[in-house]
Design a protein around this ligand. Structure first.
Ligand code: ATP
Ligand code: MG
Length: 707
C-alpha cells in the first residue's frame, strides 16, 4: 500500500502581489502579470482558485487524482486500484527504510504509440495534422496526418520485428531532426523496444560510451545531418564510435540502419554524396532500399500492450556535472505525466493546437514536449531540422506564421542568441496565432524574460517558465498560463502532485516561508524516473541519500519570496559564498545582462584569502552596441552589479570573451570556467559534453590577456 505522509501545502492563499521594489517602465517588472482574459476563459485551468483546489486534491488524494487523469488514456488492462485506490501508487523514498522504489499504475498494460496515434484516430483526428516537418532550408516541409504517421510507424515496427528487435531490446538513435526520428521512436514504443536517443552533436567517444552502457542491439542513424550551412557526417561518426566500442569493450550492436539525408543540394549549401558514406554490408542496411517490402507487408501490425512498469526509454542526462546517467523512465507513469503536463501547462486542445518546441529529440524536452506530449493530446507538433539563425534570425518566426503555431517553447540560451540580432527580425513576422510562450533549461534572466514577453509576445503572451529535469520526466515547477500571475524569472508554483520543499543545505531542515535552500521533492509524481540504467546505487546515492528523511534531491537551489513564488537559482554547485554571503551565479549573471552592453555572462567564484571566495565574470558584449561602448565596459558592468544586487556581489574581475564553453544542450560549463579563472588549466576534467572545444582555448587566452 502507499505510504502516507503529513503534508504541508505550499501554495499561497493570497497571490496578490505587492509592487516590486525596483519599479520599471510599464510596470512589468515588480508587478505580477495577470493571464490574458481570453486565454483564461477557455483554459483547462482558468483561475488560481481552480489551480489551488486541484492542487490540494492532488496532494490529499494522489491516487484518485492521477487515476482519473490516467483514465483519459487507453489501458488494455486496467491498473490495480479500482477497488483499492492505495494500490495505484507504491513507493519508498527513504533509503534508511529499505530499497528506494516508485511504482505507478502497477498491473496496468498500455502502449505509448497506441495512445499517441490509434487513440487519436479513434477519436476522429485521423485527418488532422500530427507531425509538421520543416527541413533545414525551411522551404521543404511535409505534413503527416495522424493516419499517415500511424502508417509510417506501423511499417517501421514491422521492419524492427523482422530485424529481430523485440520487447526490452535497446535501440540507439543518432539522427538529425528528420521524420525518421519520431517514426523510429514511436515504432520502438509500439513493440516495447527501449529507445535511447543520443543527440546527433555528440562525438564518437560520447556515443560509444552510451552504446556500451545500454548494450544497444541496433543503431539507427543517417548518412549525415544538415545544420544551417554545416554538414555533419553522422554515419562516419557512428563507425568511429563502434570501432571504439569494439576496441575497449569488445562490444558491437548487430545492426546499423542508415537513412539517406543531405544528399541533395539546396541552393548553394554543401551536400554529401551517398557514395562517400562508409558502409559495411554485413552489418549495415540502407533504410531507403529496404522500406518498400515492409510497406507492402500484409502481416498484422506488431503493436503490443506492455506493462506499466516496463521501461519506456533510457535517456542519458546532458552531463553538465559529470559522467552522464542513463535515466530510465517507466511506461505508465511517464505516459500519464507527459500527457497531463502538456495538457495543463500548454493548455492543449485536441485538433486545435500546434506546438513548436525547439528542443532536439535527443533531450528530454524533445521526448516529452516535441513528441509525446502534443500527440497524446491530439495536437500537431513541429519538427524543425535546422538552427535558429539559418538562413537568418527570422526563421523561427517564419515557421510560426507558416504553420500557425499556437504554443512556442524554447530555451534561454536560444533567446539570448536571437536577442543579439535585435528586434527587427522579429518584427517581420506577425506571430498572430501564438497563445503561449515557454522556456526551459536554465534560469532565465529578467532581461531575457522581458524581451521574450514584450518583443516575441507583443506584451500579451504569458510565459511558462518550466523547471524540471531529465529525471522528472515532465514539468515540476511551472505556471499554468490561464491561472498564474507571472513574475519574471520565477517558475512560480508546483505542478499537480508535486510537493517541493527547500532544505537547509547544512542541517537539512525544511525552510518555511521566505527563504532559500536546496530544492527537493517530498513524494513521487507519475513522471519520476525509476532507475539509473545498470547503476541502482547511483539512483539511491545521487538523489535519495543527499538528505535524511526521504527526499528526492534535485541538485538545484531555489528561493521562495514572500508571495510563495519559487525562483530556481541554478545548480547548487553554482552557489558562491563571498564573505559569508550566499550568492547564486544566476543572480549576478542576471544583473550583468541587464546592462545594454552585455548579451551573455557566466559567473564563477574562486578561492580568496580573506573573503573565502571571490567572483569572476566572463562576459560577451553585444556586437550591435560596440559603438556605444565606453572605454571601460568591464568597469561599467561591475557598477551594474553593485547597483542591482549590492557591493558584496561585485565581480573582482570581468573578462570579455567571444564565446563560452557550453554543453551540447547549450548550458554553460561553469566548472571549466572556474578552473580557467583560477589559472588552474592543467586538468580541466571531462570535457566530452562540450559543444565547441575551441571555446576553452579562447577563454584561457582571454583570461591571460585580462590579467
Ligand atoms: P547532468 O545532470 O548530467 O549534469 P543536466 O542537469 O544539464 O545534466 P537536464 O536534465 O537536461 O540535464 O537539465 C536539468 C537541469 O536544467 C535542472 O537541474 C536545472 O539546473 C536546469 N533547468 C531546467 N529548467 C530550468 C528552469 N526553468 N529554470 C532554471 N533551471 C532550469
Ligand atoms: Mg541534472
Amino acid at each position: 500500500g502507499a505510504k502516507s505522509r503529513s503534508s504541508s501545502i505550499d501554495v499561497p492563499r493570497n497571490h496578490a502581489v505587492s509592487p516590486g521594489r525596483r519599479g520599471r517602465a510599464r510596470g512589468t517588472n515588480g508587478d505580477a502579470i495577470e493571464p490574458p482574459m481570453e486565454l483564461a476563459a477557455r483554459a483547462h485551468v482558468g483561475s488560481m482558485e481552480q489551480y489551488r483546489s486541484m492542487y490540494n486534491r492532488s496532494i490529499k488524494e494522489p491516487e484518485m487524482f492521477w487515476s482519473e487523469i490516467a483514465g483519459e488514456l487507453r489501458w488494455e488492462t486496467a491498473f490495480d486500484g479500482v477497488d483499492k485506490p492505495e494500490e495505484v501508487l507504491e513507493w519508498n523514498f527513504d533509503p534508511s527504510k529499505g530499497e528506494v522504489y516508485v511504482k505507478w499504475f502497477a498491473g496496468g498494460r498500455t502502449n505509448m504509440s497506441f495512445n499517441c496515434l490509434d487513440l487519436q484516430i479513434e477519436r476522429g483526428l485521423g485527418d488532422s495534422p500530427a507531425l509538421i516537418f520543416e527541413a533545414n532550408d525551411a522551404v521543404n516541409s511535409r505534413i503527416f496526418t495522424f493516419n499517415e504517421l500511424r502508417e509510417e510507424v506501423s511499417t517501421f515496427s514491422k521492419f524492427l520485428v523482422a530485424q529481430g528487435i523485440g520487447k526490452g531490446d535497446r535501440v540507439i538513435m543518432y539522427l538529425p531532426m528528420i521524420p525518421m526520428m519520431p517514426i523510429a521512436m514511436l515504432a520502438c514504443a509500439r513493440i516495447g523496444a527501449v529507445h535511447s536517443i543520443v543527440f546527433a552533436g555528440y562525438s564518437a567517444k560520447s556515443l560509444a560510451q552510451r552504446v556500451v552502457d545500454c548494450q544497444a542491439k541496433m543503431i539507427i542513424t543517417a548518412s549525415a545531418s544538415r545544420r544551417g550551412k554545416k554538414i555533419i557526417p553522422l554515419k562516419k561518426i557512428v563507425d568511429e564510435a563502434l570501432e571504439i566500442c569494439m576496441q575497449n569493450d569488445g562490444f558491437s550492436p548487430d545492426r546499423v540502419v542508415v537513412k539517406g539525408n543531405a544528399d541533395t543540394r539546396i541552393d548553394d549549401t554543401p551536400f554529401l554524396n551517398i557514395d562517400d558514406v562508409p558502409f559495411n554490408p554485413q552489418r549495415d542496411l540502407w533504410w531507403d532500399d529496404d522500406i518498400s517490402q515492409y510497406r507492402m507487408d500484409e502481416k498484422p501490425d506488431p503493436m503490443e500492450f506492455i506493462d506499466s512498469l516496463d521501461p519506456a526509454f533510457i535517456l542519458y542526462t546532458s552531463g553538465s556535472t559529470g559522467k552522464p546517467k542513463g535515466v530510465v523512465h517507466a511506461l505508465g507513469g511517464y505516459l500519464v505525466y507527459a500527457y497531463a503536463t502538456s495538457k495543463f501547462v500548454f493548455d492543449l486542445h485536441p485538433g486545435e493546437d500546434i506546438v513548436f518546441c525547439t528542443a532536439d529529440l535527443g533531450w528530454i524536452t524533445g521526448h516529452s514536449y516535441t513528441l509525446y506530449g502534443p500527440l497524446l493530446n491530439g495536437c500537431a507538433t513541429v519538427l524543425f531540422e535546422g538552427t535558429p539563425t539559418y538562413p537568418n534570425a527570422e526563421i523561427w518566426w517564419n515557421i510560426v506564421d507558416k504553420h500557425r503555431v499556437t504554443i512556442f517553447y524554447t530555451s534561454p540560451t536560444a533567446l539570448r542568441t536571437l536577442q543579439g540580432f535585435g528586434d527587427a527580425p522579429v518584427h517581420k513576422s506577425s506571430r498572430a496565432t501564438l497563445r503561449i510562450l515557454g522556456t526551459v533549461g536554465e534560469p532565465i534572466a529578467k532581461e531575457t524574460w522581458l524581451w521574450y514577453h514584450e518583443i516575441i509576445g507583443d506584451k500579451k503572451l504569458p510565459i511558462v517558465d518550466t523547471w524540471w529535469q531529465t529525471e522528472t520526466g515532465g514539468h515540476i515547477i511551472t505556471p499554468l498560463p490561464g491561472a498564474t500571475p507571472l513574475k519574471p524569472s520565477s517558475a512560480t508554483f508546483p505542478f499537480f502532485g508535486v510537493e517541493p520543499v527547500l532544505l537547509d543545505p547544512v542541517d537539512g531542515h525544511e525552510i518555511d516561508g521566505e527563504g532559500e535552500g536546496s530544492l527537493c521533492i517530498k513524494r513521487p509524481w507519475p513522471g519520476i524516473f525509476m532507475d539509473v540504467h545498470g547503476a541502482h546505487e547511483r539512483y539511491e546515492n545521487s538523489y535519495f541519500k543527499v538528505f535524511e528523511g526521504g527526499y528526492y534531491a534535485s541538485g538545484d537551489g531555489a528561493r521562495r519570496d514572500a508571495d510563495g513564488y519559487l525562483y530556481v537559482t541554478g545548480r547548487l554547485d553554482d552557489v558562491m559564498n563571498v564573505s559569508g554571503h550566499r550568492i547564486g551565479t544566476a543572480e549576478v549573471e542576471s544583473a550583468l545582462v541587464q546592462h545594454p552592453l552585455c548579451i551573455e555572462a557566466a559567473v564563477v567564484s574562486i578561492g580568496h584569502e580573506i573573503k573565502g571566495e571571490t567572483i569572476v565574470a566572463f562576459v560577451i558584449l553585444d556586437p550591435l552596441r560596440k559603438k556605444e561602448a565606453t572605454q571601460y565596459p568591464e568597469q561599467e558592468l561591475v557598477f551594474k552589479v553593485r547597483a542591482e544586487i549590492g557591493p558584496f556581489a561585485a565581480p573582482e574581475r570581468v573578462i570579455v570573451v567571444k564565446n563560452l564553453p557550453k554543453t551540447r544542450s547549450g548550458k554553460i560549463m561553469r566548472r571549466i570556467l572556474k578552473k580557467i579563472a583560477a589559472g588552474n588549466i592543467e586538468d580541466l576534467g571531462d570535457v566530452s559534453a562540450l559543444a565547441d572545444p575551441g571555446s576553452i582555448e579562447h577563454c584561457i587566452q582571454a583570461e591571460q590577456r585580462a590579467r
